[in-house]
Design a protein around this ligand. Structure first.
Ligand SMILES: [Zn+2]
Length: 86
């Protein structure tokens, strides 16, 4: 780990503590759709290999919102996932 990265992480942790930043990038974040995959941190914009959900913090805050990183809302995807895995 180089110094700039360490400084970045320290700053992010302060922002989380202050409530400015919601996601601690040193803590893994469980996929909100399938619950079977952990992203390395929250709001990572990585794609879940299990259910194809792109990890978007805005849509997670507003689960009925369409058209951010994912075309359909979080609730739409959850429902579809539940139906597919009955
Ligand atoms: Zn998933």
């Amino acid at each position: 780990m180089n110094n700039r990265w360490r400084t970045y992480i320290r700053q992010r942790k302060i922002l989380v503590k202050l409530g400015v930043e919601r996601y601690d990038i040193t803590k893994p974040h469980k996929c909100p759709v399938c619950g079977q995959h952990e992203f390395p941190w929250g709001n990572s914009f990585l794609v879940c290999p299990v259910c194809d959900w792109m990890d978007d913090g805005v849509q997670e805050d507003e689960p009925d919102r369409d058209g951010c990183a994912n075309r359909h809302s979080l609730n739409w995807n959850r429902q579809r996932w539940a139906e597919k895995n009955k």
